[in-house]
Design a protein around this ligand. Sequence first.
Ligand SMILES: *Cc1c(COP(=O)(O)O)cnc(C)c1O
Length: 297
Amino acid sequence: MSVIKRFDPELFNIIQREIQREISTLELIASENFASYAVLEAAGGVMTNKYAEGYPGKRYYGGCEHVDEAENLARVRLRKLFNAGYANVQPHSGSQANMAALMTFINIGDTVMGLDLAHGGHLTHGSPVNFSGQFYNFVSYHVAKSTGRVDFDEFHKLAVQHKPKLIICGGSAYPRFIEFEQFREIANKIGAFLMADIAHPSGLIAAGLHPSPIPFCDVITSTTHKTLRGPRGGIIMTSEDRENPWGKTAPKSGRVKMMSELIDSAVMPGMQGGPLMHIIAAKAVAFGEALKPEFKI
Ligand SMILES: *Cc1c(COP(=O)(O)O)cnc(C)c1O
């Protein structure tokens, strides 16, 4: 901070005012958190300098040996935290994690179901002002007035009627817990993929205080900056890696690709370029913190 003070007092003063605002007001915004100083240090560190398109061990740039270590550490910690078989830590945000997950599992124009934005869903769950509502045929399901939770009678009817290829469960304003198991039962009946967006409860899931989507969902996305208390960013996970159900093959060998390969390539080069290596380093710090017993307290 002292370096900014010396070289850019104008911005320094702006940051000082934000610090004052943060320490002198009560923050009740559910999607926000206060990252630790360790997370802030990693997010403000030298790894911002590094271009690293690709994945650890398979980069398009030289000099990636240390950012590879940071990304591997983030992936290993994240898998451990959620008991996941596969993890991608590159999405720049929760919305981009959702975009990459949708790009992996469905095609433009396909039918998808998501919770209505006004009922607690998210922009990326089919809002007409978002790419999701513009690229895909979204059918919204709703919460029941009496409970504030998903109206599973309506959801079941809509699912059978519209036969979506994929169902998104989870949202930005949803009470109690996400009913992964109930969604899975209905997804199984119509042969749909089930995607869980755990952006809000991810910290509670990591702490074991909210049911885990891992055994029930084909793909799981989250932000890292909400209850998980990490830097601003996104993640994608699956419970285990397996061969992709569409039989997509690798160009030269003809080998059937794994789901992990399809998700990785949907993120990069599918919808992002170079990863934010400083943020990935900060994600590794945050996942390390979340693995400690203090996090649950
Ligand atoms: C916050 C949120 C996102 C998107 O996160 P951004 O990082 O703001 O893009 C996605 N899904 C849900 C359910 C969210 O609450």
